[in-house]
Design a protein around this ligand. Structure first.
Ligand code: NDP
Length: 426
């Protein structure tokens, strides 16, 4: 794995060469990346409506990401500078501490049918529980292929929500195997609607998947030796304590929690996008989970073991990620992502993604409580400004170093310096 060192300093050809030599991509997917071949118009036009083109974003890889003793080359799609650098930094440090360990608590999706105007609620609740097996059978008949694949409807729960209008809510739990399951669930739920109306005498308001996937929770953990936080022993201890405080602060203050969690999703969304999954679904579930106590809180927990001098991080999230279904099979770059990841199962991908979230949070908090995030950010910001100002590839390094030498900089300064550099080179 030595070839991965200094990956960020290599040219694109050198990076692709490392990937080629590591034999991770099959020929088709290697050529696809090599030729920068993206989603073609015809496929895009069949995916959504009113298509007039396709839209590109940078596609990066992060090596050395160790999860449950497996090493991953993680594909990330993001437009934000410093996200990939931060993930790479955290991956390297956490690898030296043994990597991430994860637990997939369960993997079932939840859908709901809300019923109202029920004449006799307690009899309706009784009926539904009594006919549970029939309802599960009915749901499975509506989507038999998922049963053949080893999944299907496995449980049904009810809850009475009392309010201005009382709602009797029927929750259906489905093992969706490798799929995220929105369409699978919605098909099953629609099939139950009529029967439930008949048995309860009520009306159904809607039948729809819930993105609050509390039956698809995944926990990622890591333990980082204090000595990896700083070469200076006292400084390392100080950083460890401040990181613990930073996680407490994000639990106490929703203003901080929002930004804390945004940082986690810098990494998570990038991998979810690269894997062709529905990132809105993942975000919606996770933010609801962050508010489960009644107040919106930071999602990670950092504690310190002062005896064995280790910083311990943990992140639990709903992660109903898919390796099949949706648009996953349609986008050629997504196929390359799955190759780079060595064709993970949905559970493995979920574990990796939650680990990426924890890694991203580690990098952000470490920077925040020590050097601050602006130093790293401004260098990358300077690079973006250099490109915006129209610098050619060979002009970028000099322009960036001139910009970062200034107290502050903006686009007009970048344009001015670029003009000056070009004049001197004439
Ligand atoms: P699909 O409708 O694509 O269903 C899954 C597909 O994957 C099926 O065609 C299934 O084939 C196939 N498949 C192949 N192998 C497997 C396997 N091993 N396990 C499971 N399925 C397999 O996708 P989903 O039902 O997962 O729905 C996800 C899509 O729904 C996303 O595009 C999402 O954006 C969208 N969506 C999201 C909503 C939300 O989040 N609230 C709401 C509505 C839509 P077969 O049929 O032969 O079993």
């Amino acid at each position: 794995m030595n070839n991965w060192s200094g990956f960020y300093k290599k040219t694109r050809d050198e990076r692709l060469n490392v990937i080629k030599e590591a034999n991770i991509l099959d020929n088709e997917h290697f050529n696809l990346l090599n030729n920068n071949k993206i989603l073609d118009f015809e496929t895009a036009n069949n995916m959504v409506e009113n298509v007039v083109g396709t839209f590109s974003l940078p596609f990066s890889v992060v090596p050395n990401f160790v999860v449950d003793k497996k090493s991953y080359l993680v594909p990330m799609v993001t437009e934000e500078p410093s996200v990939v650098a931060a993930a790479s930094f955290a991956a390297k440090i956490i690898k030296r501490s043994g990597g991430f360990t994860t637990t997939v608590h369960n993997r079932q999706m939840i859908g709901q049918i809300a019923l109202y105007d029920i004449p006799d609620v307690s009899s309706a609740l009784h009926q539904i529980q009594e006919k549970k097996a029939n309802l599960l059978e009915l749901a499975n008949q509506a989507y038999p292929s998922i049963v053949k694949r080893g999944g299907g409807a496995c449980d049904l729960r009810t809850e009475l929500l009392k309010g201005e209008t009382d709602f009797l809510v029927v929750y259906l739990l489905v093992d969706t195997q490798e799929a995220m399951g929105a369409n699978i669930l919605n098909t099953m739920l629609e099939a139950l609607k009529e029967q439930l109306e008949l048995w309860t005498g009520g009306e159904s308001l809607m039948a729809i998947l819930s993105n609050y996937a509390t039956e698809a929770l995944v926990t990622a953990s890591c333990e980082i030796d204090f000595r990896l936080l700083s070469r200076d022993k006292t400084e390392a201890e100080k950083i460890a304590r401040k990181m613990v405080l930073a996680s407490q602060f994000a639990k106490a203050d929703p203003y901080r929690a929002s930004t804390h969690n945004k940082g986690i999703f810098n990494g998570i969304d990038a991998v979810v996008l690269a894997s062709g999954n529905d990132w809105r679904a993942i975000e919606a579930g996770a933010h609801t989970y962050a508010a489960r106590s009644g107040s919106y809180q930071g999602l990670t927990s950092w504690t310190a073991n002062w005896t064995n001098r280790k910083l311990q991080g943990q992140l639990t999230l709903p992660m109903p990620i898919a390796t099949k279904g949706g648009s996953i099979g349609l986008n050629p770059t997504v196929a390359a992502s799955f190759d780079l990841l060595n064709q993970p199962t949905a559970k493995e991908l979920a574990s990796l993604i939650v680990s990426v979230g924890l890694a991203q949070n580690f990098a952000a908090l470490k920077a925040l409580v020590s050097t601050g995030i602006q130093a790293g950010h401004m260098k990358l910001q300077a690079k973006s400004l250099a490109l915006l100002a129209g610098a050619q590839e060979q002009e970028v390094p000099l322009l960036v170093s001139r910009l970062t030498a200034e107290k502050s900089f903006n686009l007009s300064l970048a344009q001015e310096i670029l003009k000056d550099l070009r004049k001197k080179n004439q």
